[in-house]
Design a protein around this ligand. Structure first.
Ligand SMILES: *[C@@H]1O[C@H](CO)[C@@H](O)[C@H](O)[C@H]1NC(C)=O
Ligand SMILES: *[C@@H]1O[C@H](CO)[C@@H](O)[C@H](O)[C@H]1NC(C)=O
Ligand SMILES: *[C@@H]1O[C@H](CO)[C@@H](O)[C@H](O)[C@H]1NC(C)=O
Length: 817
């Protein structure tokens, strides 16, 4: 008896221990969950329990991450029916999972169906899915089929026509109320399937149809090496899902209360959610931003552009930059007589509400089919894999088109045949305009010439000298007098350069060829020769001579003199035997000649040179065309900044200016300059940042919008940084020779310089300071051109950190030092 008692006692104890010491992951009919108790998935990844949102006393059943300290609710059971107090119980009753209140009334149930089966249990899986199944393991219900506002890896978004389940996200009403908000993200199966972000019944954003590799409106999708996206469309179901290549990464997609669809990743060491991308990101993401028959191009100031053969419906609004009215045909279609198609490349395909697909047709058959059907307005390939196959056809108006600089796909838009050979017509028209312009110009010219001549005469009378806009010796002499810039004789320069022989040619500079030469005294020179008849060039030449003559710094190229005789205009510099930075760092064999120490010296030197231009010289100069090929290297491998043809003088307290003529080099241009023509010292800082990253990585920052991650250095650096792998940016052979903290510091500075927002970028003074001294540094925010446009995060308020952070401090602190 005593034995039996002891036995039952220990049984009780072990049951007790089991119940309370090891977390359980399953609700069974005999064990309900009270408020305060939780289920924890077997791998301890997810927790289910009662919670209250912030600023609310209401109780809800929810699922959140076990390992994320900041409670992040991913799913809510009773979102519309909160419990007023903590007397709720989650139990299995008659096979259904139900939430009961204090009076044991049903507040919420999974299946709304009593007597489903006589036994069932609900288990919280390590995927975050709560699954109710019967005693044979058949799934009766699962929370993944009823998402709240969050999509987790493995969850499907879309429809299952067999069970009539439609899985979509709905935002919370507010941060303290998980009830259905006004935004939803849902598969739209009318027409060709595509995902739509809705605000109520209004379309906010559209993913575009799946094109075999990605959604047409999400060009950045396929370059993802973190997520494995899949899209399944067959007669039974249509859905989109994704997995993570690395299962220990914590990542979710959430539709937040303001209607922003965000991809967030938990970065443990920073204790915060990191925004990976967000939709809608920029103006072109807005549904039908440009109305019908127009493409939205985010890279242009006037973002809406009518398709070929179309014109603005209301030109006035159009030129006031409201394109929402869209465009209309210039010439009506003539289906019977035969229309044609105009190809629009790099497009986000228009709304597929009135589109259909024929997967068997080839592109040629597609064209024929479309041509035959008078209601067909456009066609394209349905699947871009393997050069394109299948046929997508639109009828009715084409709406919500976007044009990318890269990526996207070709679409063929139906236009009247006369629009296609209208090139001839257009050129005739152009010819007329040209002739008229020439005649008018000639008259004006004659008139002005006359006036000038008159004025010249009067000035000569008063002994005054008038300089015109070309350059002449008088002017050159004037601009050189102050700086004692020597004037060279043409025949001296010609002799030095072997009469400008092609063997002596070093390359092509900003406004003409550059020759190597040797003066009689043995000094080696580089001669920049202005192309004759180069109107723009002479402006740049003049600019350079005016500026550089006044500048002296060991990190700027030194000018020796100039030459202006008749048609010939030349600038003479000291010769740089080691050519330019790009000649080394981008070359497979020469790159090893620059070790980390030298590279760091070069980075510092460029920084000091730019700082001198911005701040320390008597003038305040913005270079505007900093790039690796404009950084020359002297005999000691010291960097010398060259090419001041585009530089601009700034007034003492002027901080920003605008230009109609954006000059500079793609890949080094800051977004505000490239897109809006705004330049400031911060646009030079941006270019410096790109050069810095190029020096570290050894590859060119070629193309901001390329699908190939190796092409967009900024994005690559940023991704590595966010993943705490920033040292991978460094050429491996170099890594052994350099102190990692110095390297990390450089990368951090580089990322600070290329931040999207000019205000966030440090000044050159801060850059020199941060590079030079082991000091606290701000955390870089998302750089410009970092993410593909649709994934472009407009959020720059959340800052992110990488493992490479050395310390955090705000930019203003730093500038105060
Ligand atoms: C997966 O992610 C974890 C945490 O982020 C990381 O520690 C681990 O190295 C990653 N594994 C791989 C194979 O990348
Ligand atoms: C949604 O996200 C955006 C960007 O992070 C943020 O500005 C906004 O406040 C968020 N809305 C809510 C309701 O949390
Ligand atoms: C023409 O296109 C419309 C709309 O796509 C479609 O409903 C109709 O069946 C097509 N007609 C023919 C003859 O293919």
């Amino acid at each position: 008896m005593a034995f039996l008692l002891r036995f039952s006692h220990s049984l009780f104890i072990s049951f007790f221990l089991f119940r309370f010491c090891t977390p359980i992951d399953t609700i069974i009919p005999t064990h309900a969950i009270d408020d305060g108790e939780t289920l924890v998935s077997a791998g301890k990844k997810f927790v289910l329990g009662f919670f209250s949102p912030s600023n609310s006393n209401n109780r809800y059943i929810g699922i959140w991450y076990n390992n994320v300290p900041e409670q992040t609710v991913l799913w809510v059971a009773n979102r519309e029916n909160p419990l007023p107090n903590s007397s709720g119980v989650l139990a299995i009753i008659n096979g259904d999972l139900v939430l009961l209140d204090a009076r044991r009334g049903t507040v919420w149930s999974a299946m709304n169906d009593s007597n489903v089966t006589n036994y069932s249990s609900a288990r919280l899986l390590d995927s975050g899915n709560l699954v109710l199944s019967d005693n044979e393991g058949r799934v009766l219900w699962e929370s993944f089929d009823h998402p709240t506002d969050t999509s987790l890896p493995g969850m499907k978004l879309g429809v299952d026509r067999r069970t009539s389940i439609d899985r979509y996200l709905t935002s919370w009403k507010s941060p303290n109320d998980p009830a259905h908000g006004e935004f939803s993200f849902r598969l739209d199966s009318q027409g060709l399937p595509q995902y739509i972000l809705w605000k109520g019944s209004e379309r906010v954003w559209r993913s575009g149809p799946w094109n075999g590799q990605r959604f047409s409106g999400v060009p950045g999708m396929n370059l993802n090496f973190i997520f494995n996206f899949r899209y399944v469309a067959n007669e039974y179901e249509t859905y989109f899902t994704y997995d993570l290549y690395n299962a220990s990464v914590i990542s979710r997609m959430v539709l937040n209360g303001s209607g922003e669809l965000q991809r967030l990743t938990w970065i443990d060491r920073n204790h915060r959610w990191n925004l990976f991308w967000a939709i809608p990101g920029e103006r072109c993401d807005q549904y039908a931003q440009c109305g019908t028959y127009a493409g939205c191009n985010a890279n242009q100031a006037q973002s809406c552009e009518c398709l070929h053969g179309f014109e603005p419906r209301s030109p006035q609004d159009w030129y006031l930059r409201d394109g929402s009215d869209g465009c209309v045909r210039r010439r009506p279609l003539e289906c019977e007589k035969g229309d044609g198609f105009f190809k629009l490349a790099h497009a986000k395909l228009p709304d597929t509400l009135h589109a259909r697909v024929d997967t068997r047709a080839s592109l040629k058959e597609c064209e024929d089919q479309c041509l035959k059907n008078c209601s067909c307005t456009a066609y394209s390939s349905a699947d871009i894999n393997g050069g394109g196959s299948g046929c997508m056809m639109w009828s009715g108006d084409l709406i919500d088109l976007e044009v990318y600089s890269d990526g996207g796909q070709d679409i063929y838009v139906r236009v009247a045949a006369s629009e296609l050979d209208s090139k001839r017509l257009v050129s005739k028209k152009r010819m007329m305009i040209l002739i008229i312009t020439i005649i008018l110009g000639a008259i004006l010219f004659a008139f002005c010439g006359c006036c000038l001549w008159q004025r010249q005469k009067t000035r000569e009378g008063s002994g005054e000298n008038e300089s015109n806009h070309g350059i002449n010796e008088i002017e050159l002499e004037e601009s050189t007098r102050g700086s004692e810039l020597p004037l060279f004789d043409l025949h001296v320069v010609a002799a030095a350069t072997n009469n400008f022989s092609s063997e002596n040619k070093l390359g092509e500079g900003g406004f003409g060829p550059v020759y190597k030469g040797k003066l009689m005294n043995g000094e080696e020179i580089a001669v920049k020769r202005l192309c004759k008849n180069s109107g723009q060039g002479s402006e740049e030449f003049r600019n350079e001579i005016l500026l550089i003559a006044k500048l002296q710094h060991r990190n700027l190229v030194r000018i020796i003199g100039c030459c202006a005789q008749g048609e010939e205009k030349m600038l003479i510099y000291e010769y740089m035997r080691n050519k330019s930075l790009d000649w080394f760092i981008f070359d497979e064999t020469r790159r090893v000649l620059l070790d980390w120490r030298q590279r760091f010296n070069i980075i510092m030197g460029i920084a000091r040179g730019v700082l001198y231009l911005h701040q320390d010289s008597r003038l305040r100069i913005i270079h505007r065309d900093l790039k690796a090929s404009n950084v020359l290297l002297d005999n000691e491998m010291n960097p010398r900044i060259s090419d001041f043809g585009m530089a601009r003088l700034f007034g003492g307290n002027q901080t920003q200016a605008n230009t109609n003529r954006v000059v500079g080099t793609y890949g080094y241009m800051s977004p505000e300059y490239a897109m809006d023509g705004l330049f400031s010292v911060k646009s030079d800082v941006f270019s410096f940042g790109v050069i810095l990253l190029e020096i570290i990585n050894g590859k060119r920052n070629n193309n901001y919008f390329s699908d190939d991650p190796s092409q967009n250095l900024i994005r690559y650096a940023w991704e590595l940084w966010n993943e705490g792998r920033c040292l991978e940016l460094v050429d491996s052979w170099m890594l052994s020779s350099c102190p990692t903290n110095e390297l990390q510091r450089c990368i951090q500075v580089g990322l600070l310089c290329v931040q999207e927002n000019a205000k966030d970028r440090p000044t050159m003074a801060s850059v020199v300071f941060m590079l030079g001294i082991d000091t606290a540094m701000p955390t870089p925010k998302q750089p410009a051109f970092c993410v593909q446009k649709s994934f472009n995060s407009k959020d720059s308020s959340t800052s992110r950190t990488g493992s490479c952070t050395i310390n955090e401090v705000s930019i203003t602190d730093l500038q105060a030092q």
